[in-house]
Design a protein around this ligand. Structure first.
Ligand code: SF4
Length: 407
């Protein structure tokens, strides 16, 4: 009998005095001794040595020990780990310990955003966990960069495949090519939290019916200082702008969270919140920072410009906007000249339509101020510089992360 077996038999003998009823294991202390009962065996009238002996050989006993002495006891983490192996009561067959152990022996794999979490069975019922990118599902472990420290997740989450800083940890831009191996339950949770901060807690709150959602309106009303300007977006124009913000930022193609916040508690946005497994309970700082920029831009009055474009040129401008918005620019090859956003076609359009100052079709943006370097122009530049500085912070400064929003 291993030390581990002794430890779990000791723990079970101590708990038996108060009775155990967990995952099909029932242990009680009766007048004639201990009763030990599972779906596959039943013993009565056991003395303590007898109880220890039957417990040492029982999967139900090691399972009880894992969930009460090894797994993190914080409610949300515990529930998450149970969910990973189908032990949360949703599936009766999977909840049976014997079948669950058989499944764990092969590995039970679950997606969590772009993570693939595999739970396996270790010694005496201990679970071991493995993490990799969903796109690496078929890649040999030896071909991946293997780590056994959950802290490696912090670095892996920081930059995308091309080395660019990821200001939004739940953006679907997690890099591939790595594997976190042989993690204990606490290390697994730590790694998942490093990849996707607070997602376990919010997932659990939602399942318990306790997700406290802060909608757009109340979140904006809380903004002070540099973000206070966002409040001005409510100037009786309804919530159309907020629909555009959600469509731009919170779509599944941009963020893996499922947006649960709306305009306010009585006014839903028109755009879909997405299908993510973990919920978003309030506008994040990335969205607030973007909205601040859009607020400034949307404060401008529209003007009428007159350009002459061929039908193909108009369609090409639309194709360029689509390609940039959908992040497809890198997928359009130089040879794809039928694509409106093809680099050669775009350069041709610029060569044909831009004047030396970069004005489309030679039409200045502001005819009244064309060439003017007076106060108004200076003011605009100052505004622009301020915005650029903040945007650069969000895009490149590692200190400017969105984790603060994720609680
Ligand atoms: S507000 Fe929520 S859903 Fe929208 S981008 Fe931010 S984290 Fe994602």
């Amino acid at each position: 009998m291993t030390t581990e077996h002794v430890a779990h038999a000791d723990a079970l003998a101590r708990a038996a005095a108060d009775g155990i009823d967990f995952d099909g294991l029932r242990v009680s202390s009766e007048a004639d001794g201990y009763t030990f009962e599972t779906p596959v065996e039943e013993h009565t009238g056991l003395d303590e040595t007898g109880l220890r002996d039957v417990a040492a050989d029982s999967a139900y006993a090691t399972n009880w020990y894992f969930w009460h002495a090894v797994a993190p006891q914080k409610t949300d983490r515990w529930a998450f780990l149970r969910w990973l192996e189908g032990a949360d009561g949703g599936d009766e067959a999977a909840s049976d310990v014997t079948e669950r152990y058989e499944s764990l022996a092969d590995g039970v794999t679950t997606e969590w955003g772009q993570l693939l979490v595999t739970a396996t069975l270790g010694e005496t019922g201990r679970r071991r966990y493995y993490l990799r990118h969903v796109d690496d599902v078929d890649v040999e472990a030896a071909a991946l960069a293997n780590h056994d420290d959950p802290l490696a997740a912090r670095d892996l989450a920081k930059r995308d495949e091309r080395g660019r800083y990821r200001p939004l940890k739940t953006a679907p831009s997690l890099r591939t090519g790595w594997r976190l191996a042989d993690l204990d339950p606490a290390a697994l949770v730590e790694a998942v939290e490093a990849f996707y901060p607070a997602t376990i807690a919010n997932w659990h709150r939602e399942r318990a019916g306790d997700l406290d959602v802060n909608h757009w309106r109340e979140t904006m009303e809380r903004q002070t200082g540099m973000y206070g300007v966002v409040e001005t977006w409510d100037r009786g124009e309804g919530y159309e702008h907020v629909n555009w913000v959600a469509e731009a930022c919170c779509d599944d193609s941009q963020c893996l969270k499922r947006r649960e916040w709306q305009y306010d508690s009585t006014t839903d946005l028109d755009v879909d919140g997405g299908d993510g497994v973990f919920p978003c309970r309030e506008p994040c700082s990335v969205v607030i920072a973007a909205a601040r920029t859009w607020t400034k831009l949307e404060a401008e009055e529209p003007r009428t410009y007159e350009f002459e474009l061929t039908p193909s040129e108009k369609e090409q401008l639309e194709a360029v906007i689509d390609a940039v918005a959908d992040g497809r620019i890198d997928d359009i090859r130089e040879a794809d000249v039928y694509e409106g956003a093809n680099r050669y076609r775009t350069r041709f359009l610029r060569a044909k339509l831009f004047d030396d100052e970069g004005n489309l079709a030679g039409v200045p943006t502001d005819p009244d101020e064309h060439g003017d370097t007076g106060d108004d122009a200076d003011h605009d530049d100052a505004d622009h510089d301020d915005t650029s500085e903040e945007d650069a912070g969000g895009a490149d400064d590692d200190e400017t992360e969105v984790e603060a929003d994720d609680d």
